[in-house]
Design a protein around this ligand. Sequence first.
Ligand code: DGI
Ligand code: FE
Ligand code: FE
Ligand code: FE
Length: 187
Amino acid sequence: MNITEAIEKVKPHLTVKRFEHTLRVADTAVKLAKRYDASQTKAELAAILHDYAKYRSLDEMERWIRKSTLPKDLLDYHHELWHGPVGAILIEREFGIRDKEIQSAVHYHTTGKAGMSILDKIIFLADYIEPGRSFPGINDVRKKAEQDLTHACLMASKNTITYLISKNTTVYPDSFHAYNDLTRQII
Ligand code: DGI
Ligand code: FE
Ligand code: FE
Ligand code: FE
């Protein structure tokens, strides 16, 4: 599937705002891929697809989690965490995308995980720093993203976990695994 096709397939599934976010994530991901010597094509495609499942009904996402090989513990956590893993399955079922690197980047874009590939990191970070986002401290992360992909991911991971804890929200284990692993990688 090429980029133009992917954009056309994804667009009707998203709101206008989410679609614009998706295009900005793609633009940011391509820049990061150039900077860090990753495949620009894969980065762009993964970014276009990353929120594909965002507006599926909770019922449908729950069914996919139950009947696929996805970890069942997702169902014990907030449903915001479901669209990445479910999206990774749907892009294969509906578009025939079996590229494991792209599927992984879509799967883990919200939480991260231990042992992220460069593409995983690019999508995780692009989703966080795209120019439409405004989180506290985001400009420091944007600056770090120009120098050190792993360190910038660590900053994003740390900010997200800190935010979730400040809101008394549960944190999915993969979010902690990402944080721990990224910390070990930078020291
Ligand atoms: O889909 P997007 O809005 O572009 O961004 P996203 O997929 O990165 O994040 C979706 C939401 O998930 C966001 O509000 C932060 C939240 N989130 C990230 N990690 C965790 C989490 N929520 C919970 N409960 N636990 C997590 O570990
Ligand atoms: Fe998302
Ligand atoms: Fe994210
Ligand atoms: Fe997103």
